[in-house]
Design a protein around this ligand. Sequence first.
Ligand code: FE2
Length: 400
Amino acid sequence: MDDASEGPRQLSTDARAVMEALNADAAHLSIWLRTQANAPAQRPWFHDTGLDAAGHIAPGRVGAGQMKAVPHHWKWREIYPYLEKIGRIASEADVPPVEFADRQQFLLTNPGLGGRLQVAAAIRCAVSIYNPGDLARAHLHSPNASRTILSANGGYTNVEGERCEAARGDLILTPNGTWHDHGNDGTTPVVWIDTLDWPLMEFLDIIWLDEEFPGKTGNARVQATQKPPGYSQSLYGRGGLRPSFMSHQRGIGLNVGPVFQYRGVDVRAALAAMRGETGDPYEGITLDFVNPATGGPVFPTLNYGAQLIRAGEETALKRETSSIVCVCMEGCGQTEVAGRVFDWEENDIFVVPNFLWRRHVNRGAKDAVLYTMTDAPLLEKIGQYRAQGTSGGKVVTIGP
Ligand SMILES: [Fe+2]
């Protein structure tokens, strides 16, 4: 952030008002510029250990009425200018948004959900910008969260003392119950996509958040780095080999993996190595980011994947009871969802809500890469995951 000695700011203390005005301007794009901090419905589970036998109930939030997510496509060229504007406010205002809103970001709002801060039933998605010098203080919470890095490089997330330097295509995880802080100590702004299972936790009324990081100096804003660079990769970075001398538990997170960073370069190399395979008729070439301790999904609720849609490839129609959020990391293509056609290109984000038929098409000359996030693990656990596809003009069941 700018040094106060550099002269008068272009904006004074009206940063919040400027953000609200931008919000009115951006509403037609189904994004909401974050102008206030999170309001978790519950107090910190571990820090707040007082006995309140009288039954104090924290102010919670519940939805009204029944609503249904719809397919939607957020075009990067339309939404990115608002991120630039947030970044400009952050660098020029006396009070940068990160101070009063916790983050400099906009959240994606599914047009079918009446302005709720979610893209699907269980998934929240935001796009954040960190200017040089920005930081988000150390905290811990019940939702699982991730960062999909869009910038070429720059910015970091420190998770349980492991500093994860961000580069494009990286997936950085902050599982439930892990202390984490974010920042940018580089010279250029950095941008990433945040994905969380927040709406699910909110629905279940089990959101809690703790900002009282027990650092050496008390309520530290950031964690000290305690692990060497690439710690996750040094332990788990060779497929099929798992350290057996140590616990895989990190932090106090439950049912989550011990790897906090998956490298974009590794993901791309893995997809390239499999390019010659036949692939799945409904998905093309796909891989999952997994918890190496179990082989299961990285979070108990969400699965993350990467998908290669090869030049000239057209997948068959498929539908699932789970919802999918897709981010185009490379190339361009089309996805048909319930009769609509999304023409996507780099950094575009789109959502395919549950039950809707969809297929991917790449008519271009170059391969395309999508990153995907779905709530399939959650549905599998409650016996509700089902998938169907089309084969020979008939609807067939996929899987058991
Ligand atoms: Fe967080």
